[in-house]
Design a protein around this ligand. Structure first.
Ligand code: SAM
Length: 283
């Protein structure tokens, strides 16, 4: 019988957030794969769990995932935990999950704490649609690309950041997105939990004065639909009607549909565009 991989969410600060099901599962499995065994040993000790642990972290994730999958195929029950929160959220868990799916090893999740969702719900910003970005990439080119994408993002944006990078990231976000509403969620579920509803500019000024400490989640307001619309109109206005038509035709639209869309963008009648293009053609 193939074993099962159990994704076990652990507390992000408050030990009382450990669910009974996670406790039982961690006691029941044959092995616990942990991101940092030295860190997790304290958690397991607290809950009187003595299951053997093995390390599964960013640097050995592919090789180790293969070994864990072999053990699962041989019938071992394995739990995956990370330093804190939900496995596979900004940690190497997804690689192991993917490999399990490839060989039909059952995977189940025991939900629990997750910093991004906790922060989003506390932010008061729109939670109807959101984009979880995790940590911005360290690679400069990739980072620039993501920041450029975020410039137009209309969903609420959630980011993780380490305290020593917080001011730099706030500076980049402010430079790229402008002054937006932002909520800084610090030390969630811990004694010094702080929720700071502010703006990117004010947060930057604040942390230029005061050194950031603790763990942070940044929740940033998405771009308003009105602003996106205003920018679109400004960009259409900078184009000639022919350029505007060519823009849609390049995207595969037929002439008639492009004309309809151009009229809609420019808030004029379809006939007006048709008459203009006809007139130009006859010149
Ligand atoms: N898997 C975790 C989860 O479910 O949220 C996230 C792991 S990620 C490696 C660690 C980052 O999560 C931290 O740098 C911080 O941005 C955020 N984080 C974790 N715990 C937090 C807490 N108690 N308060 C605020 N942010 C936290």
């Amino acid at each position: 019988m193939t074993g099962t991989l159990y994704l076990c969410a652990t507390p992000i600060g408050n030990l009382q957030d450990m669910t009974p099901r996670v406790r039982e599962t961690l006691k029941m499995v044959d092995v616990i794969a942990a991101e940092d065994t030295r860190n997790s040993v304290k958690l397991l000790h607290h809950f009187d769990i003595h299951t053997p642990m093995t390390s599964y972290h960013e640097y050995n994730k592919v090789e180790k995932a293969r070994q864990l999958v072999e053990q699962l195929l041989a019938g071992k029950q394995i739990a995956l935990i990370t330093d804190a929160g939900t496995p596979a959220i900004s940690d190497p868990g997804e690689v192991l999950v993917r490999m399990c799916h490839e060989v039909n090893v059952p995977v189940t999740s025991l939900p629990g704490p997750c910093a991004c969702i906790t922060a989003l719900t506390l932010s008061g910003l729109s939670s109807r649609r959101f984009s979880f970005e995790g940590f911005l990439p360290g690679d400069k080119k990739e980072r620039r690309m993501i920041l450029d994408e975020l410039r137009r993002e209309s969903r609420t944006i959630i980011l993780y950041e380490a305290p020593h990078h917080l001011t730099g990231t706030l500076e980049e976000l402010y430079g790229c997105l402008g002054d937006r509403k932002a909520v800084l969620c610090r030390e969630l579920t811990k004694k010094f939990e702080t929720i700071l509803p502010t703006t990117l500019k004010k947060a930057l000024e604040f942390y230029q004065e005061q050194e950031p400490r603790g763990e942070y989640v940044l929740v940033v307001e998405g771009k308003s639909i009105q602003e996106i619309r205003r920018e679109e109109i400004a960009s259409w206005e900078a184009m000639t009607i022919e350029e505007h038509m060519a823009y849609y035709e390049r995207q595969g639209m037929d002439y008639k549909s492009a004309m309809k869309q151009v009229a809609k963008d420019r808030d004029v009648g379809k006939r007006e565009i048709y008459a203009y293009l006809n007139q130009e053609r006859q010149k």
